[in-house]
Design a protein around this ligand. Structure first.
Ligand code: PGA
Length: 244
């Protein structure tokens, strides 16, 4: 696991955008596993900037997103489809028909999860998976639990996740209680992983991520078994690892 400590959020965003742009330049037809949330938003802005400067080309890229809220359509401003369109896809030359996000309105969610995994495998797997990390150590919506799931599945959000995500909604009651997420197995199958974290509220989860111990109660700790992980965090998120 390679750990890069940036001064602050902006530097984390710049470093991560350069990592992704370099990756695309080496593999212009890559399958990117993308993530949403406050953490990658700045990185997407930087990527758009690099695109406008002619330094990266999305024309041959395919993307698959990590997760989506159950019950929100792609037009809902807090859906992850909307986030991706708004934060990246509408501003670069990606072919939108090659951007995939789990369908939060699927009638048969289990079947749509199986189709999602099937699609990823038909695409040849994810080349680079971008991840954030929850304050509770979740990746995607794989919340701390007795056991974790291999494939894409429907899950209930942890209370702390609902509280953390309430900042994006008018009230906490509007935060969906369920989501569809790629499973830990799907994430671990990605050829390369880039995880970002910023802020002191992520410091404990980041410490678990590099602790040398693996637990389903700290889902991100599973990444220690992956052979190609790059972690870009700011100093606040690195607080507890610097002391170690
Ligand atoms: P955040 O979410 O980037 O909005 O903090 C990260 C996550 O929950 O994975």
């Amino acid at each position: 696991m390679k750990i890069i400590i940036a001064k602050n959020y902006d530097e984390m965003s710049e470093i991560a955008a350069r990592e992704i742009a370099d990756f695309i330049n080496n593999k212009p037809d890559a399958v990117l596993g993308l993530a949403t949330g406050g953490t990658p938003a700045g990185m997407y802005k930087e990527l758009i900037k690099l695109y406008k400067e002619g330094k990266v080309d999305f024309s041959k890229i395919t993307s698959v997103n990590l997760d989506e809220y159950v019950g929100l359509s792609g037009e809902h401003e807090q859906s992850y489809r909307y986030f991706m369109d708004d934060n990246l896809f509408n501003h670069v030359n990606i072919d939108k028909s090659k951007t995939f996000v789990p369908n939060g309105l699927a009638e048969d969610i289990d079947a749509s999860c199986r189709e999602y995994d099937q699609r990823i495998s038909e695409l040849g797997g994810v080349d680079l998976q971008l991840l954030g990390i929850g304050g509770n150590g979740h990746i995607g919506f794989n919340e701390p639990a007795e056991y974790l799931y291999q494939g894409t599945h429907q899950t209930e959000l942890a209370e702390s996740t609902i509280e953390a995500n309430a900042r994006f909604f008018d009230s906490i009651d509007e935060v969906p209680k369920k989501a569809i997420t790629m499973g830990i197995g799907g994430i671990m199958k990605s050829k390369k992983i880039l995880l970002l974290a910023s802020g002191e509220n992520k410091a404990e989860a980041v410490a678990q991520l590099v602790s040398g111990k693996i637990s389903t109660k700290a889902p991100a700790s599973m990444l220690q078994m992956h052979g190609d992980v790059v972690v870009v965090i700011d100093e606040a998120a690195a607080k507890f690892i610097k002391r170690a």
